[in-house]
Ligand binder design. Structure first.
Ligand code: ASP
Length: 330
């Protein structure tokens, strides 16, 4: 029997609907009941480390969750983290960076409907998460709607539908069918090293989604506010305007001042390439880094994590040209 730690952090899965709206409970009876039923197949330990809507889960909570997982890993075959779906992709992505050389399954799950409701998807999502541990799917994944999505490739794409997560620019790690499970092996195989916790990060990262006509002065303002890293969501395969409102000059100033700027696309699918168009090459000449096919969630968390490891822009560049957990195709 696999030994599994369930770390509860809140989210809809644990919610009760009261007069003030849905609020997570630390040990809702329906969740305890569902886990009781799974105890026939797994040795489960339930631990509440947070009790929050995931909108309130921020970098401090990422560190707390990563530390709880890291400390528990030697004792268990895997860890399931119940978590709100709204920011689950960010937490999963950050944990994929913080838990270096992870050699066991760490599986996030949650639900679109509280477990106390008869229509809830919680039970099957929990079953999928536990099956990921049964099948030793190493690394950080999200178990949802009978799929396993790599944590650092996940994006929440639906507010209401049960198929809430998509694996962007990467195949699902696993899919469950009536006749069994189809698993993909990890492209980032464990290398035999012991898992290391690297939980330092910088919160001084800003995500700016451009619109046609964005005022370039916003970039200098961000530097004045002390931001050390900026992710720019730009247009299409890789472009941003320089006519009348030149965005490349302030980016150049930022890079010269030691701010790390990462260029991503507003398109969800496929990779950006800023060397294709003249409007992209101008920005590449500033020394900004490319996010290629990373999700915005992965680019933001990777930048926060990278800035927690070093201040040196060359080292940040090196980190962005390294694939740590399957977050980027290099
Ligand atoms: N607002 C909830 C949360 O993210 C949504 C969910 O869990 O599905 O905590």
């Amino acid at each position: 029997m696999k030994k599994v730690l369930i770390l509860a952090t809140g989210g809809t899965i644990a919610c009760h609907t009261g007069e003030g709206g849905m609020v997570p409970q630390s040990a809702p009876p329906a969740l305890m009941g569902a886990l009781g039923a799974f105890e026939k197949y797994y040795e489960l330990t339930y631990r509440v480390i947070l009790n929050l809507d995931s909108s309130n889960i921020q970098p401090e909570e990422w560190q707390l969750i990563a530390r709880a997982v890291y400390e528990a890993l030697p004792e268990y075959d895997g860890v399931v983290i119940t978590h709100g779906t709204d920011t689950m992709a960010y937490t999963a992505s950050m944990l994929a960076f913080m838990l270096q050389d992870l050699d066991k399954p760490v599986v996030f799950t949650g639900s679109q409907i509280p477990i106390e409701s008869p229509l809830s998807d919680a039970q099957s999502n929990l079953a999928t998460a536990l099956a990921a541990i049964e099948h030793n799917v190493v690394g950080v994944t999200i178990a949802f709607n009978h799929k396993l999505v790599r944590g650092c490739r996940a994006v929440k794409v639906r507010t209401m539908g049960f198929d809430a997560f998509e694996s962007v620019n990467s195949l699902n790690r696993g899919e469950f069918f009536a006749d069994g499970v189809r698993l993909l092996t990890d492209r980032v195989e464990p290398n035999g090293d012991r898992c290391v916790l690297k939980d330092r990060l910088s919160t001084d990262v800003f995500l700016l989604k451009l619109i046609p006509g964005t005022n370039p002065a916003i970039l200098d303002k961000l530097a004045e506010m002390g931001y050390r890293g900026i992710v720019l969501e730009t247009f299409g395969a890789g472009g941003l305007h320089y006519l009348r409102r030149d965005l490349s000059e302030p980016v150049k100033r930022l890079v010269e001042a030691g701010v790390a700027v990462v260029l991503c696309s507003q398109c969800l699918y496929e990779q950006s390439d800023f060397s294709l168009y003249e409007v992209g090459r101008r920005i590449l000449a500033t020394g900004a880094l490319q996010g290629f096919d990373m999700t915005t969630e992965a680019a933001v968390t990777k930048l926060m994590w990278a800035l927690g490891q070093t201040d040196d822009l060359n080292e940040i560049r090196q980190i962005f040209s390294t694939n740590y957990a399957g977050e980027i195709t290099i």
